[in-house]
Ligand binder design. Structure first.
Ligand SMILES: CC(C)(COP(=O)(O)OP(=O)(O)OC[C@H]1O[C@@H](n2cnc3c(N)ncnc32)[C@H](O)[C@@H]1OP(=O)(O)O)[C@@H](O)C(=O)NCCC(=O)NCCS
Length: 170
């Protein structure tokens, strides 16, 4: 996972992966800058301190890999930002439109990244989550993420600790 795939190759890989990415409720696609307004909308509806428009634009421009779950009408329901470093994949952001939650969209996006990263030779998937973010912690628990560290009061805005979680991709 050391080198980011081109968006075209990523899209081809996703299209080939019919089992994980596609369902009658929508499909996973690689996102580019054209999706910025929809990504911003979900981001600001999901976080008290959202990533800025500029940060999201940088992520979508290819600095990181961004995949999204789109509904049959092409509306964006959720997205995931990740980055491959050596044999690790870092999940940097995942958010689902509040109107589309609890439909296994985050689960589908994360499953795809785990499978894709493993196929590319990654061994670990790492992320940070707020101690008080029960929905996200339950999501990561489902996959078997383990806590490997804590950053005290990392999220100043909401006086919350960050838990560092890792999943071994077996
Ligand atoms: C966390 C988040 C991404 C989950 O998205 P989602 O698409 O609703 O989650 P899924 O439907 O895929 O849920 C998968 C599992 O996670 C758990 N889960 C997700 N949301 C939950 C909630 N609100 N309460 C309890 N469990 C929840 C459940 O175990 C669920 O499994 P189940 O379907 O068997 O019950 C979404 O709530 C969100 O965007 N939150 C704001 C942004 C955020 O906090 N991102 C994480 C940063 S670390």
């Amino acid at each position: 996972m050391a080198k980011a795939m081109s968006r075209k190759s990523l899209q081809k890989t996703i299209e080939d992966d019919l089992s994980a990415g596609h369902s009658s409720k929508g499909k996973i696609i690689a996102l580019d800058e054209g999706w910025l307004p929809q990504v911003c909308r979900i981001e600001t509806r999901s976080y008290a301190s959202p990533w800025s428009k500029e940060s999201l634009a940088v992520a979508l421009s290819g600095e990181y890999t961004v995949i999204g779950f789109v509904k049959p009408d092409r509306a964006l329901a959720g997205y995931l930002v990740y980055h491959g470093v050596a044999d690790e994949v870092h999940i940097l952001n995942i958010a689902v439109d509040p109107d589309c939650r609890m439909q296994r969209i985050a689960y589908t996006l994360l499953s795809w990244v785990h499978n894709h990263a493993k196929a590319k030779g990654a061994r670990y998937c790492c992320l940070e989550v707020g101690r008080n973010n029960q929905a996200a912690r339950k999501l990561y628990n489902k996959f078997g993420y383990k806590q490997v560290g804590t950053r005290k009061a990392y999220y100043h805005d909401r006086n919350d600790d960050a838990l560092l979680l890792t999943l071994t991709l077996t």
